[in-house]
Write a protein that binds this ligand. Structure first.
Ligand code: NAD
Length: 473
C-alpha cells in the first residue's frame, strides 16, 4: 500500500494473513479463496425520524466465508462503520471461528449510526428494517447466516431481530437460531454475558500454566499472585478483572477513558464499578492513587496487561515503554503491527485478540445448538447425575466408614446446570486453542509471534476444508 492510500483495515488483515501463509504449504488459489469476502451486501433504506424527517440509513452485511454453514458474526452500530471495516471484521470472524473449532464461516454486519443519537423507537425501526432487508436477500437464517451483538448492540437488538425474523418466517421450527446473544427468555443461553471476559481469563491462564513459557520469561507458573492491569471497565474488562481476582491475581490498576487508578494491594472491580456509577468517575477511589493520564496505566510494571477498550491503543509510540511481561488482547486490534515488532524484540508475549476474545462466539455457538435442540442444557442429565453421584458417595462412605464434609457432599452431588456446562465447554475450547497455537509456534522457530501462529492455525483448518471439498480440481 502506498503512503497516499488511506488506511485499510481489510488490507491490514490481508497482510497478517500473507505473513502467516508463508508458513503453510497451500495452493495459492486456495489461499486467495480463503482471503476473499464471498458476498458483500450493501443496503440503503429510509426511516422516518421522531421529528418527521426522513433519513437514509447506510448498512452492510458481509459473508466472508461459507466453508462451514451458517456463517456468523456480530452487528455493529457505530458512525465509524464502512464497507472496508465490515469486510475486515467478517474475515477475522472466519479465522476466529476456525481457531476455536466453532463450525461456522465468518460474517459481520454494520450500520453507520451512532445509537446514542436515536430514540429507542427509532432504533427498533432501524433494527427491524435491517432484519427484513436481510430476510429479503436470504442473508439471515439459522442455516445461512447468524448475527450476534457487537459494539453498540446487545440483547435488546437481538430480541428485535428474532421477533422480526419469526414474523416473516412463520412456522420455521428452528427460527430462534437465526441470531444469538438473545435474552434467556427468548432462547438465549446462560453465561453469554461474561463469556468473552471468561474466555480471556481461560486463555491467559492456560499460557500461565505452561512451565516452559513461564520459565522462559522468568515468571512463576500459574495466575495466582500475578499482577494485572486492565484498560476499559466495560463488559469484557469488568469480567476479565473479576475472573483474575477470583483466581488469586492482583488487579493493581484499572483505566477508563476519564482516568486511571492504581493500588499495589489490588482493586475490586465491582467496588470500582459502583464508585464510578455513584461519582461518575473511576478517579478518587478510596485507597487508590490517581494516575496523571489514563494511558499511564498501560506503562506500569505488571505481569499481565489487558487492553479491553479500543483498537490501536498500543502502537509504535508507546510500545517501547510497555513493561508488562504478557499482553492479553481482550479488545479487537489493541496493538498495531509496529507494536508487535517491538514486543518480539523485547520478548513480551502478546496473546492475540483473534482467538483470545473468542469466548463470545464460542458461547454463541452453544446458544445456537440449544436453539436447534430445543432443550435447555442440563435438563436431561442433571437429576440423573445427582442420583448417581449420591449413590457412588454412599457406597464409598459405606466401604471406608468415613464421611465427607457437607461442603464436599454438595460439590460431589451437584448435577450440571446450564451455566456449568457453558463454562466447562468454554474452558475446554480456550485451553485447547491455546495449546494448538503454542504447538504451531514452537514447532517452527521462524514463526515470529503468537499472532502469526494463530493465523497459521486458522489457514490450515479452513484450507483443509476447501481442499477436501475439491473445489480446485
Ligand atoms: P464496552 O463498551 O462494554 O466497554 C468498553 C469500555 O472501555 C467502556 O467502559 C469505555 O468507557 C472504556 N473506554 C473507552 N475509551 C477508553 C480509553 N481511552 N481508556 C480506557 N477505557 C476506555 O465494550 P466491550 O463489549 O467490553 O468491548 C471491549 C472490546 O472488546 C472491543 O474492542 C470489542 O470489539 C471487544 N470484544 C468484545 C466482545 C464482547 O463479547 N463484548 C467480544 C469480542 C471482542
Amino acid at each position: 500500500m502506498s503512503a497516499q492510500q488511506p488506511y485499510s483495515f481489510f488490507h491490514s488483515v490481508e497482510q497478517s494473513f500473507d505473513k502467516a501463509a508463508k508458513f503453510t504449504k497451500w495452493d495459492p488459489g486456495i489461499l486467495e479463496q480463503i482471503k476473499a469476502c464471498n458476498a458483500v451486501y450493501q443496503i440503503r433504506f429510509p426511516i422516518k425520524r421522531d421529528d418527521g424527517s426522513i433519513e437514509v440509513i447506510e448498512a452492510y452485511r458481509v459473508q466472508h466465508s461459507q466453508h462451514k454453514s451458517p456463517c456468523k458474526g456480530g452487528i455493529r452500530f457505530s458512525d465509524e462503520v464502512n464497507q472496508d471495516e465490515v469486510m475486515a471484521l467478517a474475515s477475522l470472524m472466519t479465522y476466529k471461528c476456525a481457531i476455536v473449532n466453532v463450525p461456522f464461516g465468518g460474517a459481520k454486519g454494520g450500520l453507520k449510526i451512532n445509537p446514542r443519537s436515536y430514540s429507542t423507537y427509532e432504533l427498533e425501526k432501524i433494527t427491524r428494517r435491517y432484519t427484513s432487508e436481510l430476510v429479503k436477500k436470504n442473508f439471515i437464517g439459522p442455516g445461512i447466516d447468524v448475527p450476534a451483538p457487537d459494539y453498540g448492540t446487545g440483547e435488546r437488538e437481538m430480541a428485535w431481530i428474532v421477533d422480526t425474523y419469526q414474523s416473516l418466517k412463520p412456522g420455521e421450527i428452528d427460527s430462534a437460531g437465526c441470531v444469538t446473544g438473545k435474552p434467556v427468555s427468548l432462547g438465549g443461553v446462560r453465561g453469554r454475558k461474561e463469556a468473552t471476559g471468561l474466555g480471556v481469563f481461560y486463555g491467559i491462564r492456560e499460557v500461565c500454566n505452561m512451565h516452559e513459557v513461564m520459565h522462559g520469561m522468568g515468571l512463576p507458573v500459574g495466575v495466582e499472585g500475578k499482577t494485572i492491569v486492565v484498560q476499559g471497565l466495560g463488559n469484557v474488562g469488568y469480567h476479565t478483572a473479576k475472573f483474575f481476582r477470583e483466581h488469586g491475581s492482583k488487579v493493581i490498576a484499572l483505566a477508563e477513558y476519564e482516568g486511571a487508578i492504581y493500588s499495589a494491594d489490588g482493586l475490586n472491580e465491582e467496588e470500582v464499578f459502583q464508585h464510578r456509577k455513584k461519582t461518575g468517575s473511576i478517579l478518587n477511589f478510596p485507597g487508590a492513587t490517581n494516575l496523571a493520564k489514563n494511558t499511564d496505566a498501560l506503562e506500569l510494571e505488571c505481569d499481565i496487561l489487558i487492553p479491553a477498550a479500543l483498537e490501536n491503543v498500543i502502537n509504535a509510540e508507546n510500545a517501547p515503554r510497555i513493561k508488562a511481561k504478557i499482553i492479553g488482547e481482550a479488545a479487537n486490534g489493541p496493538c498495531t503491527p509496529e507494536a508487535d515488532e517491538i514486543f518480539t524484540k523485547k520478548r513480551i508475549l502478546c496473546v492475540p485478540d483473534m482467538y483470545l476474545n473468542a469466548g463470545g462466539v464460542t458461547v454463541s455457538y452453544f446458544e445456537w445448538l440449544k436453539n436447534l435442540s430445543h432443550v435447555r442444557y442440563g435438563r436431561l442429565e442433571k437429576r440423573f447425575t445427582e442420583n448417581l453421584n449420591t449413590h457412588i458417595l454412599a457406597q464409598i462412605e459405606g466401604l471406608t466408614g468415613k464421611q465427607v464434609s457437607d461442603q464436599e457432599r454438595a460439590f460431589i452431588k451437584h448435577g450440571p446446570d446450564e451455566v456449568d456446562l457453558v463454562y466447562s465447554g468454554l474452558e475446554e475450547t480456550m485451553s485447547a486453542a491455546t495449546r494448538e497455537i503454542m504447538d504451531i509456534w514452537h514447532s517452527n522457530p521462524e514463526i515470529p509471534d503468537m499472532r502469526t501462529a494463530a493465523y497459521v492455525s486458522a489457514i490450515n483448518k479452513v484450507a483443509t476444508i476447501y481442499a477436501e471439498l475439491g473445489i480446485f480440481p
